[in-house]
Design a binder for this molecule. Sequence first.
Ligand code: EPU
Length: 423
Amino acid sequence: MDCFLLQGGRRLKGEIRVSGAKNAILPIMAASLLTRGECIIWDAPDIKDVATMAQILTSLGAKVWVGVDARTGLRYVRILADSLRSHEVSPKLMGEMRSSIVLMGALLGRLGKFRVYRPGGCPIGLRPINFHINGLARLGVRLSVKHGFIHGEAPRLVGQEIHLDFPSVTTTENLMMAAAYAEGTTVIRNAAREPEVVDLGNFLNSLGARVTGAGLDTIRVTGVRELGGTEHTVIPDRIEAGTYLVAAAVTGGELTVTNVIPEHLEAVTAKLREAGVPLEVGRGHIRVLPGTRLRPVDFKTLPYPGFPTDMQPQVMAMMCFAKGTSLITENIFESRFGHAEALVRMGASVEIVNKMAVVRGEGSLTGAWVKATDLRAGAGLVVAGLGAEGMTVIEDVAHIDRGYERMDEKLSSVGADIKRVRM
Ligand code: EPU
């Protein structure tokens, strides 16, 4: 098991380049199955989930190459799904990554059928799939969910009006993919508006699909007969960017985060400013200026453009370094306070009342031996460890590696005392 050893209290100083977005590239890689043409996806992050998705695509018969462009240094994934041999994803591969759920829409679009295994319980919540099932059923897919397997088949997909009960990100993405070849127009109402949905829409359009409205609450997809190949650069990871901004703030550092689209981070930067973090926002970068004086803030997680649930653990960790009470309401996932126990072990005062965490910040934390229970909880603990007095050991950083490209190396390069050890 890999662990991080963190000596807190070092000011971060310098520049970190943000990688391509995990939650954008995973559905885009799945969407590459829709076409026989070659897809090159640039700025592919070097993270475990991308490797898992590549393995899944290969298991279905696609050819996948990963490389680095010698001139630009940019990493790419090249996918050629000219012939597929299977519509079934093994339970083992499905279990490695919950986001493999986006394969349903892609396989339906391409092959008219899929069989996937529903990944087990996840520490951030139950994560039901009823919206996916109901939406696909509206398009004419016959579905069965038995013994943990989800099987779907549609001799013909027909465009329909679909109203989502909640603007679910991967449901919106599944429906966009399934509708790409459907007869007529599919209208997705109350669609997710996340930038990753927009990136998928742009990718699909660059293949020749007809998607309009991505980024708005109504998305229309008019089916086409054929899709071709493309080259596409994935958007920068707004959550990785936000994580490093928060990390700099708790150390009183001065850090420039580059390769960002600042508009994607407006909810986060507004909250950081309110919390006393001085920021300079440029065209492709955000800088934490020296002079952070943290004060408590309240926030609620919401679908985009609200405050992202994927930044909640990191900002909760930051609030432990402010003096005073912060009220944090988690509206997206019912069990996304897994990091609170570890923060308490580090000296925080956190009380959980239903969807709300009451953080009574005392201005400091002390290093302790803690465990990353999921990806963003792990990121929150890294933030806590960077600001804490003394040594923090974070166990099980495989969770962090799923979604952050070499976080330890990026943080070391700006002055953090962080080491990866195998225990
Ligand atoms: N939901 C249902 N039924 C469904 C689908 C969702 O009740 O069929 C509920 C969920 O339980 C949750 C809410 O709807 O309460 C929203 O979930 P959503 O479907 O939007 O989440 P997701 O698509 O499964 C994506 C990201 C998550 C991110 C959420 C919210 C990907 C691959 N994953 O998940 O990313 O937290 O949107 O923004 O895009 C992460 O990166 O750490 C991560 C968990």
